[in-house]
Design a protein around this ligand. Structure first.
Ligand code: NCD
Ligand code: ZN
Length: 426
């Protein structure tokens, strides 16, 4: 099967230039100007006026299967990713049962393979059932196909457990991917502790709950030599700890989520669970530090933390609703509109953080448009405005604070291994 994507705008040395891309089966065969295939093509895709991007790579999604299919499924979560322009996603292990044994992991890999509309790689847990201090069989899980180790949803509470996990993971050359949260510093809070939480009378989460654990972990990472990756960094102080650790030569990388870049706690003007996530939205000063951290290279990449929940759960008060918002279907358009259109980021920087870096830092064969590479390609319309609507989401979750936003950056087509995973029917 040969397909030719004609006249699209590709990033070449950081600038948009017209290129044609010839796909043969699941690979990119050729990229060039005015390509005319010397063998017949099965389909010509007109990409005139569209941005042709490497398929985006999301290192942090929650697919909820097995165990919570009322919130999301592998099928719908991966279709949502395709709708957002993602062609590779990494699924977090806070499912029921958690992938904490090689057998459970293998079952999940089979499910991801069967139902995934995009490439789905799978995190295994660090400890049994993502809690306590009993380490999983890391070697067995690596052999079974684990992408990396994470207890996401919870921090690893004991330094000794994290230290042993890092030693093992370093030997196996797999990353430890940390949700950093010290439970003794969260005080049952539901939003960032600061002026806004005080004004609203809602219990606050001090941001030291994140920073203290990252500070502990960079010391352990230095001692073990592991690749330590910090999930959803949310505070200025955490950025500073990571900046210092990088300067000291520690193998630490980190991600920031779109919502922490786009919103601060000042957006919370009432009890609204659509703005409840973990870690919580920080202060405006935190938000500015996250943007600066990306721009100076302290923060390596952007990952959505797509965390679907049911409408009923998120209709509750912030005191009761679960933490988490969806992100796969809004990330590119929101970030493009808020940061690239306004000149804060260049398009090349945004694609670097959404595709190139996540693939590169985790050794995925993705994130790049080049001859011989997998045909994982996304076509975006960067000019036609549209409104984000819950009825357009393919995710089972509608818990997005960005519903109603007027944006540009609509996904027109997402190609995974040469096949359409999403096509906009405009
Ligand atoms: N981020 C969230 O608020 N929630 C995530 C867990 C997580 O990523 O920590 C979830 O699974 O719902
Ligand atoms: Zn998390």
């Amino acid at each position: 099967m040969r397909r030719l994507i004609k006249n699209g705008q590709c990033l070449v040395d950081g600038h948009l230039q017209v290129r044609d891309i010839l796909i043969a089966d699941d690979k990119i065969e050729k990229i060039g100007e005015h390509l005319t295939a010397n063998v017949p093509v099965d389909q010509i895709i007109d990409a005139q006026g569209l941005f042709v991007s490497p398929g985006l790579v999301d290192l942090h999604v929650h697919l909820r299967e097995p165990g919570q299919t009322d919130k999301e499924t592998v099928r719908m979560g991966s279709l949502a990713a395709a709708h957002g322009g993602y062609t590779t996603i990494a699924a977090m292990p806070n499912v029921i049962p958690a992938p904490d044994t090689p057998e459970r992991l293998k079952n999940m890999l089979a499910l991801n393979q069967r139902d995934g509309a995009v490439h789905v790689v799978q995190y295994a847990t660090i400890t049994t059932d993502r809690g306590g201090d009993e380490l999983v069989d890391m070697a067995g899980l690596k052999a079974a196909g684990a992408f990396a180790f994470s207890n996401d949803g919870n921090g690893v509470q004991t330094a000794g457990t994290m230290y042993q996990a890092m030693k093992q993971a370093a030997k196996l050359k797999l990353a430890v991917v940390a949700h950093a949260e010290d439970d003794s510093l969260t005080y049952g809070g539901v939003m960032h502790e600061g002026d806004v939480s005080k004004r609203l009378g809602l219990p606050g989460i001090p941001s030291v709950s994140e920073t203290a654990q990252v500070a502990r972990d960079v010391v352990l990472a230095a001692a073990t030599g592991v690749h330590y990756h910090v999930c959803h960094v949310s505070s200025a102080a955490t950025v500073q700890v990571i900046r210092a650790a990088k300067a000291a030569g520690v193998h630490v990388t980190c991600e920031v989520s779109p919502h922490h870049l786009l919103l601060s706690d000042e957006a919370i003007n009432r009890d609204n669970a659509m703005l409840k996530m973990n870690p919580p939205l920080g202060s405006e000063q935190d938000r500015q530090a996250l943007i600066a951290g990306l721009l100076d290279g302290t923060i390596d990449l952007i990952a959505t933390d797509h965390a679907p929940h049911t409408d009923a759960e998120k209709a509750q008060s912030m005191l009761k609703a679960p933490f988490g918002i969806t992100g796969s279907e809004t990330a590119f358009a929101m970030l493009y509109t808020q940061f690239v259109k306004t000149g804060v980021f260049s398009l090349a920087q945004l694609i670097n953080w959404l595709a190139v870096q996540p693939a590169k830092l985790f050794g995925l064969n993705a994130g790049k448009l080049a001859e011989g590479k997998p045909a994982d390609i996304t076509l975006f319309d960067l000019t036609t405005p549209y409104k984000i609507k819950a009825t357009d989401f393919l995710s089972k979750g509608h818990n997005s604070p960005f519903i109603g936003e007027q944006v540009v950056g609509k996904t027109i087509r997402t190609v995974v291994s040469g096949q359409d995973a999403y096509v906009n029917k405009r």
